[in-house]
Design a protein around this ligand. Sequence first.
Ligand code: AMP
Ligand code: MG
Length: 355
Amino acid sequence: MAFDINTKILTVTDGQSLSAAATLAADVIRHGGLAVFPTETVYGLGADGTNAEAAQKIYAAKGRPSDNPLIIHIYDPKDAEPYSVTCSLYYALAEAFMPGPLTVIMPKKDTVPYSTTGGLDTVAVRCPSHPVAREIIKQAGVPVAAPSANLSGKPSPTAARHCIDDLAGRVDVIIDGGECDIGLESTIVKIDVDDGGEDYLTLLRPGAVTCDALRCVCPRVDIARAVSEQLAQDEKPLSPGMKYKHYAPRAPLVLLDGDGESILAFLQKRQSECRCAILCYDEEIPHLENKRLLPVGPRDDMKTQAHLLFSNLRLADSTDAEIIYAHLPPHTGLGLALYNRMIRAAAHTVLRLEK
Ligand code: AMP
Ligand code: MG
């Protein structure tokens, strides 16, 4: 397919430009086109989620396999009604986390075409909090199917520049609303019913809404094995997206586990031996040579590390590094979301260093 669309790029700087940009993007979406817009997680590539052809355009523009389902974005939690079979647990989650970075999977209704759900009988629903995303969804008046606005296989985009690099010529409009606050994709949970008829959650993708926060609303939150472990070749994940090869930088990424002193000594030695890029803590900067360093924020600041991860992976690819080193994040809190993304980018390569 030839991609030669004359992509319009609009920047949001104030209320007036927000309103104009949202009107244009909503119009594009209502007419079956593709609009890229910022959300609080990452940039989204939006189309009318009730229009099978428009959803197919998303797959083509991204080069995404068509069995990898899309998330539909709504303005208000109750707007899920026409599209999904909701329940009291959905509304409890909505009360606690919406608008915000949580996606909930429920049985779909016939109003959602199978091309939006990748052939599944369930649909993923999210109500974003970003003002630009919200205004576009409100004005579009349809649920907006929107995966991350990157080419399939590239890191998710956290700034308009990343979307322009990947999708200019492939989409009708890109709205530049600055950097995404969170920088990692939404938490995804599926609502299931246990043998006793009680609803419970399965965490399919960790994000800024943490497991501990979910457990305050629903006592049983199972964690899908694919979140932190490598699945066997023939094992089917609960979330189709987890089976695809995820972003892997050009140079191999190796995650380092161990005490701070051993890791720093290892990195110093490697800098003298090879062309390595290092996703380093701010505290390590004075102890390393200023060569291919990609600071990730302070050691204990998971929020900043999440915010910078995808842009750092894109930057690492723009260096002449032959290998990339990064710290293995913890499995707790927001760390689990970072761990999930990084372990896949590293193809599960972890080097353990000890004194
Ligand atoms: P993205 O929008 O690019 O962040 O990807 C959305 C991800 O949501 C997909 O890759 C799937 O893994 C997941 N997803 C969406 N809909 C469903 C569904 N109905 N069942 C399970 N996972 C889903
Ligand atoms: Mg994606």
